[in-house]
Design a protein around this ligand. Structure first.
Ligand code: NAP
Length: 317
């Protein structure tokens, strides 16, 4: 098929971990064209997407830029929408997600895929504070009312959190790995850099089959204790779990969070929500992503593939 005949998918947040994965899978399939949205067209990540064949369009994911979003979505068949990390007290995630979706409708996009999370406020009857979950669920609720074919993907906890945000401390020959979850609590985790794309490719390839669906993206269901044990096995290094589940312990291991007490509340709220209510609603199909992507990385495969040995890693563009 000539490039001109291929459906065009716009990817918001294209240089993000999720976005890069989506752009890569769509272009490697050779069945789609991609327009990649970024704030900075000449960043290393944006240039790398351009070399892969993506059209780069400069537009920040900020509220009140709906006109720019509409232009960016012009003539697109589909759009992958996500919201960048937002720390409280900022509350832009809901209006931003809503404006992205409204712009897609206004531009006549055929199908939107939004990266959502569960409604923590509703599931916990207001007892847990995790706006970066609930605000995505509210965006999804809004999208359900729009005259556009829509599908939701819902990513598990990222494996990359341990590399990027909660990096271990090296103490002599021991790697001390802090986790915001209890040692024995099994939760869904995933590699956003390799798992988001196959999920999006599957959905954009069969829009009718997934209309209205919310699809968890899961690589492994594993406890922090098991993750530490796998880390030792793969790297040959001595490693120990460090408890960061609870305010004092979290601030001991990630002291820089003290600058933003609301963010601490949010991390604790998210972790308690996952433990007490389950990360995903019970009716979600936890096997879907691993069925459509049998190469989805388990934590152990992720460690082998990345060769991670406990250092802090930045995935920024
Ligand atoms: N961490 C987890 O365990 C987890 C699990 C599930 C869902 N999530 C959600 O995943 C989302 C983050 O995805 P990610 O980790 O793939 O993103 P990421 O790697 O942190 O990248 C965020 C991207 O957003 C783009 N961006 C555009 N406008 C922005 C703005 N105004 N401010 C900040 N960034 C802007 C940046 O690209 P340019 O600089 O090129 O514009 C950047 O590449 C968050 O909504 C988070 O809640 C996280």
């Amino acid at each position: 098929m000539s490039d001109a005949g291929k459906p065009l998918i716009v990817v918001a947040g294209a240089t993000s971990k999720q976005g890069r994965s989506v752009v890569t899978s769509l272009l490697e399939s050779r069945r789609f064209r991609v327009r990649a949205l970024t704030r900075t067209a000449d960043s290393a990540q944006a240039r790398s997407l351009a070399r892969m064949g993506a059209q780069i369009v400069t537009v920040p994911l900020e509220v009140d830029r709906q006109g720019e979003f509409v232009q960016a979505f012009e003539s697109a068949d589909g759009a992958f929408l996500m919201t960048p990390p937002v720390a409280p007290p900022s509350a832009v995630e809901f209006p931003l997600g809503r404006q992205l979706a409204d712009a897609a409708v206004e531009a006549g996009v055929g199908h939107v895929v939004f990266s959502t999370l569960e409604n923590v406020e509703e599931r916990s009857s207001g007892t847990k504070y995790a706006p970066h979950f609930t605000d995505k669920a509210l965006v999804a609720e809004h999208i359900r009312t729009l005259p556009i074919v829509h599908t939701f993907v819902s990513l598990s906890f990222f494996y990359t959190n341990a590399l990027e945000y909660y990096a271990p401390r090296i103490d002599g020959d021991r790697v001390l790995i802090p986790f915001y979850l209890p040692e024995d609590f099994r939760a869904p985790f995933v590699d956003p850099l390799t798992a988001t794309g196959p999920a999006a490719l599957e959905v954009f390839s069969h829009p009718g089959a997934y209309a209205g669906a919310t699809l968890p993206v899961v690589g492994d269901v594993i406890s922090p204790g098991e993750m530490v044990e796998a880390f030792s096995r793969v790297t040959g290094l001595k490693a120990e779990y460090r408890n960061a589940y609870g305010r004092e312990d979290l601030l001991t291991h990630v002291p820089e969070l003290a600058e933003n007490p609301l963010l601490v509340d949010e991390i604790l709220g998210m972790a308690e929500y996952a433990v007490e209510f389950g990360y995903f609603r019970k009716d979600r199909d936890m096997e879907w992503s691993r069925r459509i992507d049998p190469h989805a990385l388990s934590w152990e495969q992720f460690l082998r593939r990345t060769d991670w040995r406990g250092e802090r890693v930045s995935f920024g563009s």
